[in-house]
Design a protein around this ligand. Structure first.
Ligand code: MEV
Length: 307
């Protein structure tokens, strides 16, 4: 039984989304996780996940291991006992800790492949709920946006505890993703923003309200087919993320390089302090902006069309 899941980027509203403000995220299908589950001759649950150097039997892993924890959660949820003799192979082209949702994508593909193999296919809603519980084990207070956009594999306008809204693009637009190569410590940056918010909640509530307006306007421009207006909104969103202290010198250098090379706007994307930035570009200048990002120190770029 096989299953795949895409990566994701947050277009607008990261961090503010943890505080019940809306955010926009889209899947990135140039990168993906693939999971295959099959019967094994050997007794036990054998896991092979080369991208995290893991090869071993489930019971030898620490109980909070990201892949082991997903498998145990699925067994528990489906009431599977004793454990079946199976082999689970996880391969991924999504860079780890880059803000592209690699952890949530592994969980989504694993939950789907495993539950289908065990003849208990789950609905999107059930997959999303289970993966959100796993995200909480690893990230403290996640908003749920990563698991949602990856489970549904569609652009989402996300607000915590609200029914999921997907949105359609009036006109496609092109985004260049630039990876700083610095691991994004999302749990830490989310925790730091919480400490700052607790210390100065008036200031942070104001910042989150400004970001909420940006996300709302961005959705409007996307749906009404005027994506060229998103550039300025990205620049503003990046400034607010800097005020939240989640940018970094490497991210700021790439954002400036993209704009200098002709991008219509740019911002960090995801938890920040490392990981990725995104730039809005005319399709014709995508390659030259990507080249400028590499010259400015990006470790990798991805050009993706949002449709
Ligand atoms: C991480 O991709 C996005 C954050 O807003 C955290 C979250 O929403 O859980 C930084």
């Amino acid at each position: 039984m096989k299953s795949s899941a895409p990566g994701k980027i947050i277009l607008f509203g990261e961090h503010a989304v943890v505080y019940n403000r809306p955010a926009l995220a889209v899947p990135v299908d140039q990168v993906q996780v693939d999971v295959e589950v099959c019967d094994s001759d050997k007794p036990g649950v054998w896991i092979d996940a080369p991208m995290v150097n893991l090869q071993g039997e489930l019971s030898t892993l620490p109980s909070d291991h990201p892949i082991g924890a997903v498998i145990l959660k699925v067994f528990h949820h489906l009431g599977i006992s004793p454990r079946p003799n199976i082999s689970v192979t996880v391969t991924s082209t999504i860079p780890v800790a880059a803000g592209l949702g690699s952890g949530a994508a592994v969980s989504v593909a694993l939950v789907r492949a495993l539950s289908s193999f065990l003849n208990h296919s789950l609905s999107n809603e059930q997959v999303n709920q289970l993966v959100f519980e796993i995200e909480k084990l690893h990230h403290g207070t996640p908003s749920g946006i990563d698991n949602t956009v990856i489970t549904y594999n569609m652009p989402v306008y996300y607000m915590k505890s609200k029914p999921i809204e997907t949105f359609k693009c009036g006109k496609p637009f092109t985004i260049v993703i630039g990876d700083t190569g610095v691991p994004a410590p999302t749990k830490q940056s989310v925790g730091d923003v919480r400490r700052l918010w607790l210390r100065d909640s008036n200031r942070f509530e104001t910042i989150f309200n400004e970001v909420a307006q940006i996300s709302t306007m961005a959705r409007h421009f996307i749906e009404s087919g005027r994506p060229e207006h998103l550039g300025e909104l990205m620049d503003h969103n990046h400034e607010f993320l800097q005020q939240m202290t989640v940018s970094s010198p490497e991210l700021d250098v790439l954002v400036a390089a993209a704009c200098k090379a002709g991008a219509l706007g740019a911002k960090l994307s995801g938890g920040g302090r490392g990981g990725n930035m995104i730039a809005l570009v005319d399709q014709a200048s995508a390659e030259s902006v990507a080249g400028a990002l590499m010259s400015a120190g990006a470790k990798r770029t991805i050009i993706t069309e949002v449709k």
